[in-house]
Design a protein around this ligand. Structure first.
Ligand SMILES: [Zn+2]
Length: 129
């Protein structure tokens, strides 16, 4: 399971040519092509699987270990005031690329008027409570 299983020719993340920030045994990280904030990063398991909950425990742990390492790089380079970490699972939750990816979104003071509630904002009217 150490090699990228590149059998899905239609998958964006199985066929990436872009530069990686970091790689680990089972995952890699790169900057989001359409960042919502400066330093927006994706952590992606090498094996093609759409649903985060279908990853093995080892793959999940590898992704989150890489997330922690990438956070250090993004903190150093962009010096954000905070982060949101999130995974969209299935179309109902907003997933557009059907290959697992963890968003690391740096947050900066004043990037939105009222940041309170953070990821609760996936349901905008429930964000502020
Ligand atoms: Zn894929």
């Amino acid at each position: 399971m150490t090699e990228l299983i590149n059998d899905n020719k239609a998958c964006l993340f199985c066929n990436l040519e872009r530069e990686k920030i970091l790689k680990s045994e089972l995952s890699f990280a790169l900057y989001d092509a359409f960042p919502v904030n400066e330093g927006h990063t994706l952590i992606i398991p090498k094996r093609h699987t759409a649903n985060y909950f279908d990853l093995t425990n080892e793959e999940q742990a590898d992704c989150f270990a890489l997330l922690n390492r990438v956070k250090g790089i993004v903190q150093e380079k962009y010096n954000p005031a905070g982060f949101n970490v999130g995974i969209n699972i299935n179309e109902a939750a907003g997933q557009t690329v059907p290959h697992v990816h963890i968003h690391l979104i740096p947050r900066y003071d004043g990037d939105v008027e009222v940041p309170r509630g953070g990821v609760r904002g996936v349901i905008p009217e429930k964000r502020n409570y």
